[in-house]
Design a protein around this ligand. Structure first.
Ligand code: ADP
Ligand code: ADP
Length: 226
């Protein structure tokens, strides 16, 4: 179970830029919601506030009915995948995926179980002993997804995860994210500036503009307007 609710959420950066104005949205458990809009419209800021990587200036954020404004990222039951993968170059793929579990002092046999299971789902088993630099962009992004997967989080946040990939790979990974969603059965909040990505992935699309929500609806509702 993981619903996410934002009530009158606002972000004012130190330089007085208001990046997000009165954001109101309720995301249901296991829903796949996509934030879409041009660069600078506040998508990433909103996602980072949900992750706890950015303070919320005003308003409340609830996960499963609990106000989490003041919780550390690690206490929010979320996992995040970034655009630039953020892998540790000196560690093997296995150790990269295992990293946050080791910080938690999880027993190695359970870590092994989770890492190998995630690797199998993502089709990267044969790369577990390699270093990230020996992988293609798509493989690296799978490792980044694996690292988020093993946390068994209830909410999966993805910030432009495919935008560093070429068009062909992007199509392939998009299909894989649809499969991943079926396998993980978690709530997804996904940020992109790509309409096709938003249409194919989202149950619901949130169109943002200049820090405001412009429109919310199913892909048909928001993109098929005559
Ligand atoms: P998007 O993800 O839609 O591209 P962002 O959330 O990154 O948009 O940015 C929204 C607005 O906030 C932009 O005007 C951007 O310049 C500004 N902004 C983003 N991060 C910071 C920051 N750390 N400090 C000040 N302003 C920022
Ligand atoms: P702890 O052992 O204290 O619970 P974690 O193992 O959950 O810490 O994670 C350590 C740090 O790394 C936290 O700040 C956590 O938010 C961050 N972190 C690691 N991987 C991810 C991820 N995929 N998504 C979000 N945060 C992550």
């Amino acid at each position: 179970m993981a619903s996410v609710k934002l009530t009158d959420v606002k972000k004012i950066y130190d330089n007085k830029v208001t990046a997000v104005h009165d954001f109101n949205l309720e995301i249901a458990d296991k829903e796949f919601v996509v934030f879409v809009g041009p660069s600078g419209c506040g998508k990433s800021t909103t996602l980072r506030m949900i992750a706890g990587l950015e303070d919320i200036s005003e308003g409340t954020l609830e996960i499963d009915g609990e106000v989490v404004n003041d919780l550390q990222p690690k206490d929010r039951n979320i996992a995040m995948v970034f655009q630039n993968y953020a892998l540790y170059p000196h560690m093997t793929v296995y150790d990269n995926i295992a990293f946050s579990l080791r910080l938690k002092k999880m027993p190695e046999d359970e870590i092994y179980e989770r890492v190998t299971n995630a690797a199998q789902i993502l089709g990267i088993t044969e790369y577990l002993t390699r270093k990230p630099r020996a992988l293609s962009g798509g493989q690296r992004q799978r490792v980044a997804i694996g690292r988020a997967m093993v946390r068994n989080a209830k909410v999966f946040l993805m910030d432009e995860p495919l935008s560093n990939l070429d068009a062909k790979l992007r199509n392939q990974m998009r299909a894989e994210i649809i499969l991943l969603r079926q396998k993980l059965d978690t709530t997804f909040i996904y940020v992109t500036h790509d309409q096709t990505e938003a249409m194919t992935l989202g149950d619901r699309i949130v169109i943002m503009k200049d820090g405001f929500i412009e429109q919310v609806g199913t892909p048909q509702e928001v993109f098929d307007t005559p």
